[in-house]
Design a protein around this ligand. Sequence first.
Ligand code: CA
Length: 236
Amino acid sequence: MKLEGKSVLVVEDEPEMRRFLRAALGSHGLEIVEAATLGEATRRVTSRRFDLVLLDLGLPDGDGLALAAELRGFTGVPIIVLSARRREDDKVQALDAGADDYLTKPFGMNELLARMRVALRHAERAAREPEPAVEHFGPLSLDRARRRVEVSGREIRLTPTEYRMLNLLADHAGRVLTHRQIAQGVWGDSRTVEAHHVRVHMALLRKKLEASPARPRLLLTEPGVGYRLCEPDLET
Ligand code: CA
């Protein structure tokens, strides 16, 4: 996934941070547009389209999450939250509001670039029809047309619940899904299904797919937040 030429809206009130992002992202050929307040960001996103939004949460005139929720009303543009808030609840809230990913400040530029590539690729994949016949995630291959799952060439039999869970994670490969999003996607209900159910079925799925379930390489845990299916870009 090439970053060159992509347009990015940077919503950030701290001049230092904006300067850092402008220099670092600009050197990768990205087009940067800046907004220092929630109001300015709202004006920007309604006047043109962007390929990606980097979103700070603590803004002088409100919470960045309001913008995430508003954006989700009319566009699938990838949103990566960059925040100093480190509580798991904050991450869960941001992801549930529709953010694609969440990085805690301070973060490394390589990590941000990797997350941006994943988010952009995901958006491109969602816009493209049809899906590739067989998808590969490291040793795992998923053939949805034939409903066939293999690890290192060996066929793996999954229960319908496990299969739905894997499909959901593959739809959002490289992104964290919260317990609530997984419950909603797999069981169609996020209120009565408890995080405990998600954990149990994830453990079963890991047992079948991971070479060493206690040290997962494919189905990664984001502590207190949820799970992500590993995407090669994130392994660097
Ligand atoms: Ca801020």
